[in-house]
Write a protein that binds this ligand. Structure first.
Ligand SMILES: NC(=O)c1ccc[n+]([C@@H]2O[C@H](COP(=O)([O-])OP(=O)(O)OC[C@H]3O[C@@H](n4cnc5c(N)ncnc54)[C@H](OP(=O)(O)O)[C@@H]3O)[C@@H](O)[C@H]2O)c1
Length: 211
């Protein structure tokens, strides 16, 4: 697939790298060529492509948004037209003071993203763990894979993202419509508080058992 990344820091960088190595055409949307994240990503993987944001989004079938939540509005503004009909994977989390929900749980960050780009097909994914697990998603020694939960209103878009999730080594788990994003964002806060405050290993992930 043709996949563009808006934001390629701790989260976007490793995901872009892995997806390119899986055979996808991955473009980094670059407004600022001096970005140290851009140089680091290209240093690790010269197969990544670079294009100005509007062109990068125009060329993509799927766009990953991996920017600080507060930057979302600015990051999306110049590419909102190009996002019409495209799948937008929202990797962002609204985090407030003292690791609280950044929108006071009044709405999810992903619903806010959808309002910013109403013509895009927003899927929330790759948010519930820290970046360490995007750098390496291998958990040898278990006969189940860790889950990657995702949600969104568009079932066709979700099917495509589920395939990417599986290729990246996770078990895709569709948790419902975009209104579920609020609950994923709280799961993220649970993980962040467990790991960044309470000292659990950053490699703690969730798995699904059913019968
Ligand atoms: N860190 C984690 O463990 C983790 C895990 C899951 C989800 N998340 C969420 O993922 C998102 C990204 O986190 P991160 O840790 O990857 O952040 P990061 O390392 O700071 O990277 C942020 C990226 O966004 C870019 N950016 C900033 N403002 C922008 C704008 N206005 N327009 C376009 N691009 C812009 C930066 O550009 P430059 O390269 O030019 O600086 C950089 O490439 C956040 O919303 C975070 O809550 C983080």
């Amino acid at each position: 697939m043709k996949i563009t990344f808006i934001g390629y820091g701790q989260v976007g960088g490793p995901l872009a790298d892995h997806l390119q190595r899986l055979g996808h055409e991955v473009i980094l949307a670059a407004a600022e060529l001096n970005s140290s994240n851009l140089q680091k990503a290209l240093g690790q993987n010269p197969g990544l492509l670079v294009a100005p944001p509007q062109e990068a989004v125009r060329r993509a079938e799927v766009v990953f948004l991996a920017t600080p939540f507060q930057a979302n509005e600015a990051a999306l503004k110049s590419v909102s037209e190009e996002l019409t009909g495209k799948i937008l994977v929202d990797c962002t989390n609204p985090v407030g003071p003292n690791l609280t929900h950044g929108l006071n749980s009044s709405q999810s960050g992903s619903e806010m993203v959808q309002k910013l780009v109403p013509e895009a097909r927003v899927v929330k994914a790759f948010t519930i763990y820290g970046f360490e697990n995007f750098e390496n998603s291998s958990y040898p020694g278990y006969n189940v894979k860790p889950v990657m939960m995702y949600c969104g209103a568009d079932s066709g878009a979700k099917e495509i993202i589920a395939r990417l999730i599986a290729q990246l080594g996770w078990q895709p788990l569709d948790v419902g419509g975009l209104e579920q994003a609020l609950h994923l964002e709280h799961m993220t806060l649970l993980w962040v508080r467990m790991v960044r405050v309470n000292g659990h290993t950053p490699h703690v992930v969730w798995a699904m058992l059913t019968r």
